[in-house]
Design a protein around this ligand. Structure first.
Ligand SMILES: C[S@@+](CC[C@H](N)C(=O)[O-])C[C@H]1O[C@@H](n2cnc3c(N)ncnc32)[C@H](O)[C@@H]1O
Length: 302
């Protein structure tokens, strides 16, 4: 079997099992089984697979059909142009979370513009907290864009933090990211920089919190429900419960004029927007994702 036939076979196999995004999935699994780059696949379609490669590929296809996400089979996911290690201990980074990075960078740039420093965009002097860091994708994407900023990346899951630390180290950002096991900001002895009223409190707090309602669990795709960590998915019975504590604790840990940037679930906006009210918060903005869903809410500490 050559590469072209293998790809065709994989797509057919996954389509017959009603697997979504079957073409991309077959391609990623074929590349993983053969340890090749995408360019090789399309420039050498006649290359024959070895028997071992065919067996590895077929096993990956079968495991995908059994419901295991592609990213757990390949162990990686692209985010913000970088390849992140993912394991069943972390949420698989989603493309819509890139909007969170865009909004954070836009709002930081706007702040500099208003302060009369339009060209200062390297993050010098900024302390940024990523709450619920998971794979570390948000802190690491911002560290890439803001090469002078310092970060605190918090997660309640020690297993997730281990993955995030490996990602930061492999991608070359571990010197600027301090990792802390903590329930939000509360039991975070390893992160004294974000103690309330500290003179070193944050310039930006950013989070993609768990926001799915437990009552929605039965309607989730089974690859999400059965394979991604519950602590990363569910924000409470309704889903939006988590935001109240996150917003209240953030208000105590932002400098005046500091920014809070949060990802929203598909129906979170009506519950979350009223929590960002005056006199504590100002300049609230809501940004839609490509599907037109309000996906990011941002506000400034007054
Ligand atoms: C939706 S995931 C986001 C992961 C990653 N930031 C991303 O965008 O892909 C939420 C993360 O919050 C963490 N988490 C849940 N409850 C938490 C809490 N009380 N304090 C800190 N982190 C928490 C979970 O372990 C999970 O890693």
């Amino acid at each position: 079997m050559n590469f072209r036939d293998a790809l065709k076979h994989g797509i057919g196999h996954l389509r017959a099992a009603h697997i979504a995004s079957n073409t991309l999935a077959a391609e990623l699994l074929l590349l993983h089984a053969t340890k090749r780059e995408r360019t090789y696949l399309y420039s050498h379609p006649e290359t024959e697979l070895t028997p071992a490669e065919i067996a590895a590929y077929q096993s990956l296809l079968d495991r995908r059909v059994s419901g295991i996400p592609v990213q757990h089979l390949t162990g990686k996911q692209e985010f913000w142009g970088m390849s992140f290690e993912v394991t069943p201990d972390v949420l698989i980074p989603r493309p819509e979370t890139e909007h969170l990075i865009e909004v954070a960078l836009d709002r930081l740039a706007l702040r500099e513009l208003h302060a009369g420093r339009p060209n200062k965009n390297d993050g010098a002097g900024l302390l940024i907290a990523d709450v619920g860091t998971g794979s570390g994708c948000i802190a690491i994407a911002l560290a890439k864009e803001l090469p002078q900023a310092q970060f605190v990346a918090i997660d309640i899951s020690g297993a997730a933090l281990a993955v995030a630390q490996r990602n930061a180290s492999r991608l070359g950002f571990s010197e600027r990211i301090q990792f802390a096991a903590s329930d939000l900001f509360l039991n975070s002895p390893a992160a004294p920089l974000v103690a309330p009223d500290s003179p070193l409190s944050c310039d930006l707090i950013i989070s993609n919190p768990p926001y799915i309602g437990r009552r929605e669990a039965p309607s989730l795709p089974q690859e999400v429900r059965n394979h991604e960590p519950e602590v990363a998915l569910y924000g409470g019975e309704e889903g939006y419960e988590f935001y109240a504590d996150l917003i209240a604790q953030s208000a105590e840990r932002l400098k005046p004029g500091g920014l809070l940037v949060l990802e929203l679930g598909h129906d979170s906006l009506p519950a979350v927007q009223p929590l960002l009210d005056a006199p504590v918060w100002k300049n609230v903005s809501v940004t839609n994702d490509l599907a037109g869903i309000p996906r990011v809410i941002a506000a400034e500490a007054a």
